[in-house]
Design a binder for this molecule. Structure first.
Ligand SMILES: NC(=O)c1ccc[n+]([C@@H]2O[C@H](COP(=O)([O-])OP(=O)(O)OC[C@H]3O[C@@H](n4cnc5c(N)ncnc54)[C@H](O)[C@@H]3O)[C@@H](O)[C@H]2O)c1
Ligand SMILES: N[C@@H](CCC=O)C(=O)O
Length: 573
């Protein structure tokens, strides 16, 4: 006979996967504060947080099973996260995980698993709902300041990232998870009950996160964790500060120890150790295509070599060479402003950033003059004082993330100056004396297949090609074949037929396709995000689809009839 407590345990067990709760009714996008100069209270609070981080160089530890491990313990080393707008300023001394630390983080993830996934879904959901509330209230200004200073964002770019998008990811995932758990087999024959149980993956998830969006890091860790998985998290070296703050917020919201284990450090060494573990069950990655390809191959080789218990899930969103295609019928001033924002906000460091544009010859002079003229009003890149630290929090553009990126962009500009197929239309200056500043740069090419039309620079460089007006269809075909990416793109036109032609011809050129809007700025729950081809596995962050990748469905058939004979009716004569 089942005791009361055993019954209760069994009930809790099934409840962990089968949701019978309704998430709060009002799951909508977090309102974005616009920080206009009149919002004095917001500015005051933000300034206070900015000066807090400005005035202290913090120690960022590893977090393994909730325990903080600092670089000055044992033989560990550290690296510095600097302010990219003022690289003499060290924001954080970040502990690097040793091989033993990686092993401990993996073990902590394994140990925390059973308790976490058996926790009722509403408990897991509450952690993320509360974290979203903490982010949008108590920690709003600290999150903003850490993201602005560490990742070189202006306040608006930080607001849409580490507040809006991050809170949305956490809240919408709860809604989507609840909907997923409620998807059950639609038929059960008489005397039978069929159930779908959404088990977390057996093993642990490895999240490798990029520098450019605090929100993306949050989702790479949060989506699997919400579904009952435990996570080993390797953050980007250049986002360690905001990412650590985010983990402390999750802990305050009730995340149990060991569910997420935070191990900054050498990406290759950490990854090699993690991918060698038998219980590695999924990679959740966002970053460059080159790194993802390498990890993809390494995991496949692991499968071939019988390293793993399961076929690990591989979920990755990577680079892009995103396009704006302008039709002669387009509203040119609107297309120009959209292109300016798409290409240069956050210095072109969004995976979705516009980095190539196709302009009809008849409108090209107007388009480029307007673009160059308007870029002139973007405050010149301030090379002597940081827009963030120099007190100018209103600037449209800031620094690129680090010296390696700066050097790559500067080299690309210099190469363009010498290339007979390229002409710099505006910009072309850069300076790293104090911070890593690159001017917004527009380059015109005479060759639609030039490598500047296919290479992701991940910075404020836009390459444009002027096509003959009559060759709109052909330019669609060229555009489609130019790169190996397929992330985002946009068509600008008033002519409906032209929109239709582009829509069809570019079906696989972009996972996120925009009509008369810039190709950046996807909003959780509205524009599900992700690209195909070499841009990623297109599992669509910001949708319910991604959660499917972190569950392993078990079907349970329960039979209520008891047999009285082995024969079927047809076995009787
Ligand atoms: N498609 C998307 O949703 C999306 C979103 C954001 C960024 N991105 C892409 O990310 C790139 C920029 O971000 P980034 O500079 O952080 O990318 P990155 O590839 O340099 O780094 C991403 C993560 O991978 C780690 N890493 C780097 N080399 C590694 C290796 N050899 N083995 C294992 N891990 C390694 C890094 O430490 C970091 O945590 C761009 O290509 C951009 O398009 C894509
Ligand atoms: N949601 C963002 C994602 C950017 C990736 O780096 C956008 O669509 O611009």
């Amino acid at each position: 006979m089942l005791t009361r407590s055993l019954l209760f345990k069994q009930y809790r067990r099934s409840f962990s996967q089968l949701s019978h709760i309704k998430p709060p009714k009002q799951i909508t996008n977090e309102p974005v504060k616009n920080f206009s100069s009149k919002d004095t209270m917001d500015w005051d609070l933000l300034r206070a947080s900015v000066s807090k981080f400005n005035n202290a160089s913090l120690d960022v530890p590893l977090v393994i099973n909730g325990k903080r491990v600092f670089y000055n313990e044992g033989n560990r080393t550290s690296f510095q996260q600097v302010n990219p707008a003022k690289h003499s300023q060290v924001l954080a001394n970040v502990t690097q995980a040793s091989e033993q630390d990686v092993a401990a983080a993996i073990q902590a993830s394994k140990d925390a698993k059973s308790k976490w996934y058996k926790m009722p879904f509403y408990d897991r959901a509450a952690v993320f709902l509360k974290a979203a509330d903490l982010i949008s209230t108590k920690y709003r200004y600290d999150m903003l300041a850490a993201t602005m200073l560490g990742q070189g964002k202006n306040v608006y770019q930080a607001e849409i990232d580490c507040i809006g998008e991050l809170a949305d990811f956490f809240r919408f995932s709860v809604k989507y998870a609840s909907e997923l758990y409620n998807q059950q087999p639609c038929e059960s024959s008489p005397g039978v009950w069929n159930k779908a149980e959404y088990r977390p993956l057996e093993g642990f998830v490895y999240a490798v996160t990029p520098f450019n969006f605090t929100a993306i890091a949050g989702n790479l860790v949060g989506a699997p964790a919400l579904m009952g998985n435990t996570v080993v998290w390797k953050p980007s070296q250049t986002a360690a500060l905001s990412n650590y703050l985010l983990l402390t917020v999750l802990e305050e919201a009730g995340l149990p120890h060991g569910v997420v284990n935070f191990i900054p450090g050498d990406p290759v060494k950490i990854t090699n150790k993690v991918l060698a573990d038998k219980e590695f069950s999924a990679l959740h990655f966002t970053g460059s295509t080159a790194v993802f390809k390498k990890l993809y191959g390494q995991i496949q080789q692991g499968v071939v070599n019988d390293v793993y218990r399961d076929y690990p899930r591989i979920v990755g969103e990577t680079g892009g060479k995103n396009f704006h295609l302008i039709h002669p019928s387009a509203n040119i001033p609107h297309a120009v402003l959209s292109t300016l924002r798409g290409s240069f906000e956050y210095q072109g460091q969004k995976c979705s950033a516009t980095s190539r544009a196709y302009i009809p010859q008849s409108k090209s002079a107007e388009f480029l003059a307007d673009l160059a003229g308007t870029l002139g009003s973007v405050k010149p890149v301030n090379t002597s004082a940081s827009k963030i630290n120099g007190g100018d929090l209103h600037g449209f553009m800031g620094p690129v993330i680090h010296e390696q990126s700066f050097d790559k962009l500067a080299a690309a500009i210099e190469e363009a100056k010498k290339d007979p197929e390229l002409e710099i239309v505006c910009g072309g200056n850069y300076n790293k004396a104090n911070g890593f500043f690159v001017e917004p740069t527009v380059i015109k090419t005479t060759n639609p297949l030039h490598k500047y039309m296919s290479t992701e620079f991940f910075g404020p460089i836009l390459t444009v090609y002027e096509y003959p007006d009559a060759e709109f269809k052909q330019i669609c075909e060229t555009l489609d074949k130019t790169t190996s990416y397929g992330l985002t793109g946009a068509v600008f036109a008033r002519d409906r037929e032209a929109i239709n032609v582009a829509d069809e011809a570019l079906k696989y050129s972009a996972g996120n396709f925009y009509i008369n809007d810039k190709c950046t700025g996807a909003v959780v729950g509205q524009q599900w995000f992700g690209g195909a081809r070499m841009s990623g596995t297109d599992d669509k962050a910001g949708s319910g689809n991604i959660l499917n990748r972190f569950v392993s469905v078990r079907n349970v058939k329960e039979n209520f009839y008891e047999l009285t004979d082995y024969k079927y009716p047809s076995n009787y004569e």
